[in-house]
Design a protein around this ligand. Sequence first.
Ligand code: FE2
Length: 264
Amino acid sequence: MKRVFFMPFFTLKTTHMISQKPTHQVYAHYTAQDFLVWRLLFDRQMENLKPVVSSEFLKALKAVKFTNEKIPDFSEINALLKPLTGWELQVVPNISPQAEFFECLSRKTFTATCWLRSLEQLDYLEEPDMFHDVFGHVPLLSNHNYVNFFKGISDIFLKYGKNERVTELLGRMYWFTIEFGLIREHGQLRIYGAGIISSPGETENSLSDRVRHLSFDVRIILNTSFRTDIFQETYFVIDSFEQLWNSLEEIEAVLQEYMAGDPD
Ligand SMILES: [Fe+2]
């Protein structure tokens, strides 16, 4: 199966092929093919995910009421999320520039695309569409510990984001948790990262014995680089979303050490 490829927000500067997409969601503009694509992607991924995805994600999927029959409506999602965690979605035409992305997160606003890939693109994408942004990312915005961590790393970015090294290191934290994080549930590895959840290839790869599974460790994550053009080779495993939330102080402390020129 081909790699479902997407550029993370922080490499936007290097992309030049991005085409302009809708700036707001007009639900009536979705075509029959869009609904078919949503159904195919949803059904296929749920089949892959059911035995291996975090129970927290399945719970969250119910909280936002996603089904295979209906392309999510952003206004309906916001009406559900707001009372739960205070978070909401804002449509962006393409991947957000990094500062804008974190500024929005800090205001409890997740920026997401509202277009869907075509039937011909089911397994290959050059930029994230709403199956990644919405199916992959949005359900867990209903989980309190998860969003507290999400907002927390955004607040840290805004505090130190003019420092390039800090930006790079926070990108690693984001990558190995929000995008490619695994969680241990009842002794079993389970998936919660959006980059895995939206990709059949990553779903298989992330739990295979070809890759390294390391326990969540702030210092090791901040010292681990990653590539966006291959399947991941290293995944970090948390014990709970509360553990992520509780790691914020350590993340900030280690970043301060880096800024002081003393990474050890
Ligand atoms: Fe993402």
